[in-house]
Design a protein. Structure first.
Length: 83
């Protein structure tokens, strides 16, 4: 998912001069990639941690869903030019 965010971020930078809405899209995608990175780190820790697996797994699920929600918001802003 980080790769998807970085691809959208790169495409937005290529056509940045055309519209103002791309400024918010690239900021959302940069934050979103960090959220997905956090989710991956927490998921990895849920595999490695002794005794705290459930906590790490719960936070990994929450951060992954937050990343998906943020990506959906960015896609909606991009598709409908809401900004």
């Amino acid at each position: 998912m980080v790769g998807v965010c970085m691809t959208v971020l790169s495409i937005a930078k290529l056509i940045e001069g055309r519209t103002q809405q791309l400024l918010i899209i690239d900021e959302l995608m940069a934050i979103d990639s960090l959220v997905f990175l956090l989710s991956a780190g927490l998921s990895y820790q849920s595999i490695k941690a002794q005794g705290l697996q459930d906590n790490f797994e719960k936070f990994a699920d929450i951060s992954f869903m937050a990343g998906l929600t943020l990506m959906a918001v960015a896609a909606t802003v991009f598709a409908y030019e809401l900004y």
